[in-house]
Design a protein around this ligand. Structure first.
Ligand SMILES: Nc1nc2c(ncn2[C@@H]2O[C@H](COP(=O)(O)O)[C@@H](O)[C@H]2O)c(=O)[nH]1
Ligand SMILES: [Mn+2]
Length: 434
């Protein structure tokens, strides 16, 4: 279920590049863990969890600050749902990247008056940034950002949405990654880890801007769920929300790194590493909890009793899960997967294309064909609007397999069967997708 590499809990099976990336980040953190849906990311792998003392890594949080999931349950039974008209209305009313603006977005949301806007310096041209944020609030974007309609085991209808902080978060991440490397705010970022002390001016400003981007992402997800509930003519009776790209201030019991390192070989050899090295019980008993900044990039907080919505793929069930307490959960810093995890690159899945919009043409075939994707979805009875071959279920692990690795730290509250999925079309270009 779980192996320990250099004393760090590693769930699931990963390629060596992912493990190498994780150990590299963990070597500069106080502690780390890797979730079973992990894969290579910018500097810090997706599925990575890293704890720091009063420090934050902007590249660790990543470019889509506050990306996350919101699921809401409706007072609607699947027998009373008119799925096709609802999907048509969602596609028409919600912005999936085309134009990247939402004319109906609430311009007066309290987050636009937040003190955290002061975290942005004059170089960020705050007025333009706030204008962009206002225009984009509640836009879903492209890639694997979606609006799903599900039914649970009792036939109750749920809406699930996945997207992040859009242009605001992307510009925030780019700007602060640049400033941390003494580069201008708005040039293309170089993906390099710089740890910012939260007591420094830059660290404090980044943390506040990250928090604002997180609030913004959440407000967008809430707006979309509220609108879709209205389009379905139903009321929301339950909400489950979480970010999965974020830095939280939390308390954990972690043995001092130097004590832990003295018990563990300093050389990582993927072939012969002692993968049971560093049982968490060995270094987590009788330790006082201390404050940490915990970055989860493509990982979900799962404290005991905390619920999360985790997506599978357009053609697999998703879940509502809840964190449980155990030595293993403590060792994972109360974290779990954020999805099933990609196993095939977009290019490998969909092939190579030239041009944009209507001029977009496939010049090299990929491993997933339209027939393969159609067959999977029709077998599972899922209706799709938009979505490209690079989002076919074939490009993801199976969520049930991934969750199995975490079974000692979570329990599944609901299985959500996908009925309809709405995404941007394959030809939609979105500069803020990740
Ligand atoms: N419910 C759905 N889940 C999906 C869909 N497409 C992808 N996914 C899952 O979401 C995570 C998100 O990954 P991220 O790193 O981009 O945040 C991914 O691992 C998939 O398991 C979908 O259409 N519906
Ligand atoms: Mn995400």
């Amino acid at each position: 279920m779980l192996q320990y590499i250099k004393g760090y809990p590693v769930y699931g099976v990963h390629d060596d590049n992912t493990i190498r990336q994780f150990l590299d980040v963990a070597s500069r953190a106080e502690y780390g863990a890797l979730m079973a849906d992990g894969h290579v990311g910018y500097v810090m792998p997706i599925g990575g969890v890293a704890a720091y003392k009063n420090k934050v890594s902007p590249v660790g949080v990543g470019f889509d600050i506050g990306c996350g999931n919101l699921a809401v349950r409706l007072d609607l039974h699947v027998n009373d749902l008119s799925l096709d008209p609802l999907l048509d209305r969602i596609e028409k009313h919600i912005s999936f990247g085309l134009g990247q603006k939402n004319p109906d977005a609430p311009k007066d949301h309290p987050l636009f008056d937040s003190d955290d806007w002061k975290a942005y310096g004059p170089e960020s041209r705050i007025a333009d940034l706030r204008k962009l944020a206002r225009e984009q609030l509640g836009t879903v974007g492209s890639g694997n950002h979606y609006v799903d309609i599900f039914s649970d085991e009792d036939g109750r209808v749920w809406i699930g949405v996945h997207f992040g902080s859009r242009g605001l978060g992307h510009k925030t991440a780019t700007g602060f990654i640049n400033l941390s490397q003494d580069r201008p705010w708005d040039v293309r970022a170089v993906e390099k880890e710089v740890l910012l002390d939260l007591d420094s001016d830059l660290g404090d400003r980044y943390y506040r801007a990250m928090r604002l981007s997180g609030e913004y992402a959440k407000a967008g997800r809430e707006w979309v769920c509220d609108e879709v509930a209205k389009l379905a003519g139903a009321n929301i009776t339950e909400k489950v929300h979480n970010h999965h790209n974020y830095a939280w201030k939390e308390k954990h019991a972690i043995e001092d790194k130097s004590d832990r390192d003295s018990k563990i070989s300093p050389v990582h050899d993927p072939e012969s590493d002692n993968r049971t090295n560093g049982n968490p019980k060995q270094f987590r008993t009788n330790i006082q909890k201390q404050k940490y900044v915990v970055i989860r990039k493509g990982a979900t907080p799962a404290f005991p009793g905390q619920q999360s919505f985790v997506g599978g793929s357009m053609g697999d069930p998703s879940v509502i899960l809840e964190g449980t307490d155990s030595d293993e959960s403590r060792g994972a810093l109360y974290s779990t997967v954020h999805g099933a995890g990609r196993v095939m690159s977009r290019r490998k899945a969909a092939g190579k294309y030239r041009g944009r919009g209507k001029k977009r043409k496939q010049v090299k075939a990929g491993e997933v064909t339209p027939a393969m994707m159609k067959e999977w979805l029709s077998k599972k009875g899922v209706k799709l609007r938009g979505g490209g071959l690079d989002e076919s279920p074939h490009v993801y692990r199976r969520l049930t397999d991934v969750l199995n690795y975490h079974q000692n730290t979570i329990q599944i509250k609901h299985w959500l069967k996908p009925l309809g999925v709405v995404m941007a079309g394959p030809d939609v270009y979105d500069p803020f997708r990740d």
